[in-house]
Design a protein around this ligand. Structure first.
Ligand code: ZN
Length: 257
């Protein structure tokens, strides 16, 4: 039996949380502690009343998520935020959150695992953020339409769907980049051009990215923010559960996005 803080320490070291850069409002690591030893772990993409309730129903007392409680910065504990915190405390459930350390990890990363899930073999990093790569890139030789279909199949298993910027039938994908979540920015597009990518697969992106893509010989596939970030938390929860010798399960709570 492990305590929550022991397991959180294990995960922090595994993910190198201290050394990994992240957005100013990301709080990586243990966000809410509890009293009892960890008896079961639940993994979810987001911290919400729905996923906390899912953890309660599963009999878990540690919830591991990708998007934690504090994205809004300083905020009063009222309304939905209070309900989340109250639900955690009333049921003595701890909350562990890992954002970019989980996206970027060389074995548990969302982008890496998602790329493999849709049949791609990563060969290097993509989507640089300060000192890390949030995504992966590699080579292939396949119909872009087949890649879009594989993304659609995966997204469909998580309550979503995949859409793609415009492309001609018969177009082939030879050099691709994958970055999970909201991975598209002007920097990402610039990096894609430098790497000679012809296809980017991400979760979601702004409308301008599809306009830009068409003019730069790129196709961008948007497979859903939620779907593309389901794999990292599961891999992390499995490692933590293995360490503690307890069971774990995934709490599906698709956002449709
Ligand atoms: Zn995300």
């Amino acid at each position: 039996m492990s305590t929550t803080s022991e397991l959180a320490h294990f995960a922090n070291e595994l993910l190198r949380c201290r050394e990994t850069p992240d957005y100013a409002l990301a709080l990586n690591g243990l966000q809410v502690d509890n009293r009892a030893p960890v008896r079961r772990i639940a993994a979810a993409v987001d911290c919400s009343q729905r996923t906390i309730q899912g953890a309660i129903d599963a009999g878990a007392n540690l919830l591991v998520v990708h998007h934690g409680l504090f994205w809004g910065g300083l905020q009063p504990l009222v309304g939905a935020q209070l309900s989340r915190v109250r639900l955690l405390l009333d049921h003595d459930i701890a909350l562990y959150s890992a954002h970019l350390p989980l996206d970027a990890h060389e074995a548990l990363g969302n982008s890496l695992l998602f790329a493999r899930e849709i049949g791609l073999t990563p060969a290097g990093g993509f989507a640089r953020y300060q000192t890390i790569f949030c995504g992966v890139h590699g080579n292939a030789d396949m119909l872009t339409g087949d890649l879009v279909a594989a993304c659609g199949h995966f997204a469909g298993r998580h309550g979503g769907h995949a859409i793609a910027s415009a492309y001609e039938p018969g177009r082939r994908t030879r050099r691709w980049g994958v970055v999970s979540g909201a991975g598209i920015s002007p920097d990402t597009i610039r990096e894609a051009m430098e790497l000679g990518l012809d296809t980017i697969i991400t979760g979601e992106g702004p409308h301008w990215s599809a306009v830009d893509a068409a003019e730069k010989g790129l196709v961008i596939v948007y497979a859903g923010h939620y779907a593309t970030e389901t794999l990292g938390v599961q891999a992390l929860a499995a490692r933590m559960a293995d360490r503690a010798g307890v069971p774990w399960s995934f709490i599906a709570a698709p956002t449709g996005l």
